[in-house]
Design a protein around this ligand. Structure first.
Ligand code: LLP
Length: 423
């Protein structure tokens, strides 16, 4: 896997492709994904899971590009979806329905029906109301839905508050006490087979201690259920495995992570599922952007890029750190402390503050690293900026896997208010 490089090193190719040439041909801002890096990650996780009855359900939300999904499907991955749209993406990319699980705290009737019809592996159920809805829809379709309860284990994942999901005050999952009540009353949901457990305590987890604690609580509950005669066929440990965005950060490796799972679930005879998103794709992607101009303000020195918060929201939303490198040979270049910003009309449109970078000029290319997860998938057209193009690179070649949105495509759904409908 290509590691994030310190900014002073020369950075000019990615998976064997010249970034300068790529930027020239496809324009910027441009998302660039490395196929070998994604393959290396999924294979490393599969190797770590070896010997377990376990499957990887890739969290589509991290990067739902069809080519990325196809690549992962080809490696045998399933999918963790959270909407009808993600279900359609996964199926279209060739991920078999029996490898798809459906998470999320608010599934609509239409989404539940669509997933049932597709024959997905199971629903990760997050509320009593959802369980009732699945029962009603499955009965109407003469189907039996397989379901796991999403447990909220009430542990602090020690990550950013906005992506922490496993504390009692978070909207996700139900308490073990409530879940126990569901199992004891499961006969009332005649069209639901409730035989699994699920958890997901948060994202970008850099410490395994909260994972171990949550697994311990879930495993105790599984043993308790089995003792009470409730057979458990599936335990889904969620996603969340963190990556190293910044020098000095320590991220757990797949081996340590899976060792924690093996230890907690020792003796479990059913199927184990993991739902990583970020860990598989974050470091395999970068956002290539051109410098529009340098601007010396009274207080700060700005580097204004052609990429903005609408393309990559993470720094604005979570104050997330992404390494930024100048493409090309930086030997002997003076280093400057830049505020790296986009053109969007908000002060929050800042990728980095006082970041030491080699001196840049208008027209230079920079790459924002670690942008493969929650980059393009969280993009918008704010400020009427069309969605960026995306390419997949592999062994010196690249494929355009999302063409740049045109202005006409961006406004395609809009209509003048001429046809008024009386409501
Ligand atoms: N499973 C469930 C039920 C989830 O909600 C998530 C992520 C995952 C798996 C995958 O988590 P991962 O392995 O990627 O950490 N936009 C934020 C991250 C939000 C994560 C939401 N749920 C960011 O850019 O950091």
């Amino acid at each position: 896997l290509e590691q994030a490089m310190p900014p002073e090193a020369g950075f000019s190719t990615f998976a064997g492709v010249e970034l300068a040439a790529l930027g020239e041909r496809e324009g910027t801002p441009l998302y660039v994904y490395s196929a070998p890096a994604i393959r290396a990650r999924v294979r490393a996780l599969q190797a770590a899971l070896h010997g377990l009855d376990a499957g990887i359900c890739y969290a589509v939300k991290a990067n739902g590009n069809g080519a990325v999904l196809r690549l992962l499907a080809g490696e045998g991955a399933g999918a963790d979806i959270v909407s009808g749209g993600e279900l359609q993406r996964a199926l279209r990319a060739g991920i078999p329905a029996e490898r798809i699980v459906f998470s999320g705290v608010g599934k609509s009737d239409a989404e539940i029906a669509m997933a049932l019809r597709a024959g997905i592996a199971r629903f990760n159920v997050e509320s009593g109301a959802e369980l009732d809805a699945i029962q009603r829809i499955a009965a109407r379709n003469h189907a039996v839905a397989r379901a796991s309860v999403r447990i909220n284990p009430d542990v602090d994942a020690r990550t950013h508050a906005k992506i922490s999901t496993g504390k009692a005050e978070n909207k996700f999952g139900v308490s073990i006490a409530e879940a126990r009540g569901w199992f004891d009353a499961k006969a009332q949901w005649t069209n639901v087979r409730l035989d699994g457990l699920h958890m997901h305590i948060g994202s970008q987890l850099l410490s395994l201690d909260p994972v171990r604690e949550a697994l311990r609580r879930m495993a105790a509950f599984w043993r308790d259920l089995e003792a009470a005669g409730h057979a458990i066929a599936s335990i889904d440990v969620g996603g969340g495995l963190g990556v190293r965005y910044r020098e000095g950060e320590q991220a757990p490796d797949a081996g340590e992570y899976v060792a924690a799972i093996r230890e907690a679930l020792a003796g479990f005879k059913g199927r184990i599922l993991v739902e990583p998103g970020r860990w598989l794709v974050a470091e395999a992607g970068l956002l290539l952007s051109r410098v529009l101009l340098e601007k010396q303000g009274d207080a700060r020195r700005f580097l204004v890029l052609d990429a903005a918060m609408n393309d990559l929201l993470r720094p604005s939303l979570y104050e997330a750190w992404h390494d930024i490198v100048r493409i090309g040979d930086n030997a002997g270049r003076e280093r400057i402390g830049y505020d790296v910003v986009g053109p969007v009309c908000e002060t929050g449109d800042t990728f980095a503050s006082a970041r030491a970078l080699p001196r840049c000029r208008a027209g230079d290319l920079v790459a924002i690293l670690g942008a493969g997860a929650y980059g393009a998938s969280m993009a918008s057209t704010y400020n009427s900026r069309p969605l960026a193009a995306e390419v997949l690179v592999d062994d010196g070649r690249y494929a355009l896997v999302r063409k740049r949105q045109t202005f006409d495509e961006m406004i395609a759904g809009e209509r003048p208010a001429t046809d008024w409908i009386t409501a």
